[in-house]
Design a protein around this ligand. Structure first.
Ligand code: ADP
Ligand code: ZN
Ligand code: ZN
Length: 712
């Protein structure tokens, strides 16, 4: 007897959305079995999607190839997991095989059935012993967690009693992490096989969180009970984590966006920390939102979902608004749980706005801010100065002839990095040594324009050269950004130095704004945040507000320390628009006011969350080719059934229109109905595939669809 199996594979040659390839097998292979199958000269990893018995006389398997091997020592991937993959593929317009294979650990692609069976034997042996009395936490093993605050208790009770999804809206330092820990503890205690998935935006930035979960749960459930999943791990590490999640050995998976696809057969709870963070949105390949998929997955698997943030995405905020009478019966909404108070009497920092219009022209750091930082140095406190631009200066320019350090391959300037004396393009990576003289006129006097973190660090060192610390020592200034942390382990050691109090003034990009629980920082300053106020991207204010709230959240986290120092925490903002409502809301730490105003603007303009968007993007050798392709695609879409409910805008160049000698253009489609937009995108696929192969597709390097794009 022979079986026909339809397999999901990742293969560029079959990149249309529904791409199952058929093979034959000697035995019945249930859906979800991993297989290795021949394709051309290669053997690829695939997932059995369907399997059907072939009648003896049908003969239709005649020209099908047999599969190579079934990795059937491994339990099959569940229906729920395959549904998640199928949904992702449909919703984000990518092939099933691409999503399925990308959701598996890379090393699985290279293992033979035999090697995998051996691996499994070893994991079997490494299974933690069941929990016995002796394994329960001994007194003193971990400091007994403090009893929850009233706000934490309320949130926990509702998470326990209601089904969610929940939006935990808690100030920075209100103890959200403690709520996650306790919800996880409750879910695991309820069912001896239950698993929890905890997602964070950037796990490399949050070793503290990992440590907290391990110290809380390893004593209870064993050393293998908490595993991580993120791209900073080696392939063998990723395989090991994946296997233990899939086999149920791991009770808690801690990971970045990719972890949303972890195979977890007994998933009971999903936590998405800092749910507003842009890094939950994948920016290449399948452009999925791990936050949105987490909500979908929770619903499919009956797992509770807790989204947490001090500055929720406007989408989540809107979905958690109090229901009107009419809405009470319709639509799924989130349950909003508020925790406005910081734990332990720590107050949120006072926000100081410096009106830069009143400063002498070209002022980088106002006198008042310098004084405030200087005083803190004198008292042995730490300050954090925040500038979202790395490098020494964004441009190098010649005053004589007007030459600027443009990148020859991109429509962008190359950034001057003084440390290694290079001009580096942050878009394509093209780097050269800084020229001695202007390449265009020979003028020796070429100068940096504007400033990045490197120059700010240098500037601060000069300004504070004469100020002494309480111990009489010189001021210690450090910088943390993508450049300073390039080496393996560099970030961890730099953070450790800040925590150990070995740094007085920390300069950095948004890397230092997120999540770190710095205890001794009493002043945070944003030097030049104005750019985002008037950016063309309608989400820029939302991102700025959350970034500034996050940064403010780094200051004054330790009430006891503030009291002992008899000091208060401050957040300084230098701006040319001190009256702007965004800063007004920030001054009062009033996210709801900010959100209300922003949502009113969005509603008036018919923008998300009041509409749904997708971008069709094309890359080509010339801008004209890219735009023509997009406009032609839009024209052909006009005849589709869903077209009348979906607006299509003309093609435009991307904000940085040329990168690495490729011209980039995009076209926005938008609808008040998510279903209509989805229908149009599905119908559009074939047209786009055809168009790509037609003369209009000549010169087009690639096209892609970005559903719910982050920047438009
Ligand atoms: P968030 O994630 O909301 O910024 P954290 O969970 O990191 O806040 O909590 C801030 C600080 O308060 C941490 O140092 C944490 O240990 C402490 N904390 C949290 N909950 C409690 C509690 N119930 N009692 C005492 N301290 C707490
Ligand atoms: Zn010149
Ligand atoms: Zn470039």
């Amino acid at each position: 007897m022979s079986w026909r199996v339809d397999v999901a594979l990742q293969t560029p040659a079959y990149s249309s959305v529904a791409n199952l390839l058929s093979y034959t097998a000697e035995q019945d292979l249930p859906a979800g079995t991993l297989v290795r199958v021949p394709l051309g000269r290669r053997e690829l990893l695939g997932v059995v999607w369907r399997s059907e018995e072939e009648g003896p006389h049908e003969g239709s398997t005649f020209d099908l190839k047999p599969i190579g091997a079934a990795l059937d020592a491994l339990p099959t991937l569940s229906d729920a997991w395959r549904d998640l993959v199928a949904f992702t593929s449909r919703y984000y317009q990518r092939s099933l095989g691409e999503i399925a294979v990308a959701a598996l650990p890379p090393q699985l692609r290279d293992l033979s059935a035999l090697q995998l069976a051996r691996r499994l034997k070893r994991s079997e042996a490494a299974k933690p012993a069941p929990v016995t009395e002796a394994r329960l936490p001994r007194v003193g093993f971990e400091a007994e967690p403090s009893p929850p605050t009233a706000e934490q208790s309320d949130a926990l009770r509702r998470i326990e009693q209601e089904s969610g999804p929940f939006l935990l809206f808690g100030s920075t330092g209100s103890g959200k992490t403690e709520v996650y820990l306790r919800s996880v503890a409750a879910a695991l205690a309820r069912d001896p096989a239950a698993q929890a998935l905890v997602m964070v935006p950037e796990i490399n930035l949050t070793p503290q969180l990992e440590a907290r979960f391990k110290s809380r749960f390893e004593p209870l459930y064993g050393d293998a009970s908490v595993v991580s999943m993120h791209s900073g791990m080696t392939n063998p590490q990723r395989l090991a984590s994946w296997l233990s999640a899939h086999l149920g050995t791991a009770r808690i998976v801690l990971g970045t966006r990719m972890a949303v696809f972890a195979s977890m057969p007994r998933l009971a709870l999903i936590v998405v920390d800092e749910e507003h963070d842009p890094s939950y949105k994948q920016q290449e390949g399948a452009r999925y939102s791990a936050r949105d998929l987490a909500v979908w997955r929770g619903q499919r698997e009956g797992a509770k979902v807790v989204l947490g943030s001090a500055t929720p995405s406007l989408e989540s905020w809107h979905r958690s608004r109090p229901a009107t009478e009419a809405e009470k019966t319709t639509g799924r909404r989130y349950i909003r749980l508020a925790m406005p108070t910081r734990v332990g009497a720590a107050r949120l920092p006072a926000v100081k706005l410096v009106d830069m219009n009143l400063q002498p022209p070209k002022t980088v750091l106002s006198g008042a801010l310098l004084d405030a930082i200087g005083q803190r140095i004198g008292r042995g406190e730490q300050s954090m100065v925040f500038l979202n631009r790395r490098g020494y200066a964004p441009v190098l320019a010649c005053g004589d002839c007007g030459w600027k350090s443009e990148c020859p391959h991109c429509s962008a300037y190359r950034v001057f990095h003084k440390i290694d004396r290079t001009l580096r393009c942050h878009h394509c990576g093209f780097a050269e040594r800084v020229p001695r003289a202007c390449p265009s006129c020979g003028n020796l006097d070429i100068a940096p324009v504007g400033r990045g973190t490197e120059r700010l660090e240098e500037h601060l060192a000069e300004l504070f050269a004469s100020i002494r610390r309480p111990d009489g020592g010189a001021v210690r200034i450090a910088r943390i950004d993508a450049d300073s942390t390039r080496k393996q382990g560099a970030l961890a050691s730099q953070l450790a130095a800040v925590h150990a109090g070995e740094v007085d003034v920390l300069v950095g990009t948004q890397m230092i704004a997120k999540g770190h629980d710095f205890r001794r920082i009493t002043l945070v300053a944003a030097i030049n945040p104005d750019g985002a106020l008037f950016a063309s991207d309608f989400r820029a204010p939302e991102r700025l507000f959350s970034l500034l709230m996050q940064s403010a959240g780094r200051a004054g986290r330790d009430a006891a320390y503030l009291a002992a120092q008899s000091t208060t925490a401050e957040m300084w903002i230098q701006t040319h628009h001190p009256q702007h409502p965004l800063f007004e809301a920030l001054r009062r730490h009033d996210y709801p006011a900010f959100a209300e105003r922003e949502l009113a603007d969005r509603a008036a303009a018919g923008m998300p969350p009041f509409s749904f968007q997708a971008l069709l993007r094309a890359d080509a050798k010339s801008q004209e080719t890219a735009q023509q392709f997009l406009n032609e695609a839009a024209e052909r879409a006009a005849g589709l059934p869903a077209a009348e409910r979906v607006s299509r805008y003309p093609a435009v160049p991307l904000p940085i229109q040329r990168v690495a000698d490729v011209e980039r253009a995009q076209l926005l489609v938008e609808s008040a109905s998510r279903a209509a937009l989805q229908q149009l995108l599905a119908e559009w696929q074939e047209i786009l595939q055809d168009l790509r192969r037609s003369p209009a597709g000549k010169g087009v390097i690639r096209w892609l669809i970005d559903v719910d794009p982050h920047s438009v």
